[in-house]
Design a protein around this ligand. Structure first.
Ligand SMILES: Nc1ncnc2c1ncn2[C@@H]1O[C@H](COP(=O)(O)OP(=O)(O)OP(=O)(O)O)[C@@H](O)[C@H]1O
Ligand SMILES: [Mg+2]
Length: 249
């Protein structure tokens, strides 16, 4: 397994509050990792640091051996660091196809805008369908996003995240707000993502975490408390008290 993303000593403070503390973490090709921890532990902050939405106070971020620290969000995304958001950012009045087309057009860059528009539209539609098909979403392509069940909307967000051809995918609570009966569709979609794509999944639903992840990272108060297999995490008394105790498991 080759290393794609490496965080070393990653630290972020807001004034006196340290929200990421000396984080060392690697994601390798094919990784299926879950990041768990109580509310306010710093999970979204970590995604913001990796994606470039926030600048680190110290430490390093490498993607494919290249240091990312000085690059902005757009550059990191172009190089393959892609994240989804805890709160949906879809255009609800546009169709699924249109939502997926936007990042595809963006990826093609300026020269693409000079193509004849009919040819351009056809090319984008073909690409969009190729993206939606393996995820089981092709039959939703023409539907307005706002008409879809919320669970399905969240699937569209993951499809959009694949458009820039990520080298690493950071999913911030893709099942947040999804009714319990619909969380199965999220798990089903996660299992269809490209096998070599490293994924870091932030999730509170332990059933989803345990079924998805082969590695679980526990973040508490901005620091990694524990990293291990799902079974090791479930067996750890301290984590049970801090995390599962709080969640009422
Ligand atoms: N821009 C900011 N300025 C100051 N403090 C911030 C900022 N962003 C986040 N924080 C603080 O960082 C800490 C971690 O927040 P974060 O949103 O990363 O937690 P989280 O683990 O994602 O929680 P949740 O499970 O609720 O999504 C919190 O104490 C939060 O108040
Ligand atoms: Mg969060």
């Amino acid at each position: 397994m080759t290393e794609r993303l490496r965080l070393s000593g990653l630290t972020k403070s807001f004034g006196g509050l340290t929200v990421a503390s000396q984080i060392d973490l690697s994601l390798n090709s094919g990784d299926r990792a879950a990041l768990i921890g109580p509310n306010g532990a710093g999970k979204t902050t970590l995604v913001n640091l990796i994606s470039g939405a926030l600048a680190a106070s110290s430490g390093d971020i490498h993607l494919d051996g290249v240091r990312m620290n000085a690059l902005d969000q757009a550059s990191r995304s172009r190089l393959g660091i892609v994240r989804t958001f805890q709160v949906s950012r879809l255009c609800r009045d546009l169709s699924v196809l249109e939502n997926v087309s936007l990042p595809l057009i963006q990826r093609h860059g300026a020269a693409f805008r000079l193509w004849p528009s009919a040819r351009r539209d056809r090319a984008i539609e073909t690409e969009a369908i190729a993206l939606l098909e393996p995820l089981g979403l092709a039959d939703r392509a023409g539907r307005r996003v706002g008409e879809l069940a919320y669970g399905e909307q969240r699937l569209v967000e993951i499809a959009i995240a694949l458009a820039p051809k990520p080298r690493v995918l950071l999913l911030d609570e893709p099942a947040a707000g999804v009714p319990e009966g619909e969380s199965g569709v999220i798990l089903d979609l996660l299992s269809r993502l490209p096998a070599d794509l490293p994924i870091l999944l932030i999730e509170h639903d332990m059933e989803l975490v345990f079924r998805f992840a082969r590695r679980v990272i526990v973040l508490v108060a901005g620091a990694i408390l524990f990293e291990g297999t799902p079974a090791e995490v479930a067996d750890n008394q301290q984590i049970r008290e801090i995390y599962f105790g709080r969640a009422g498991h």
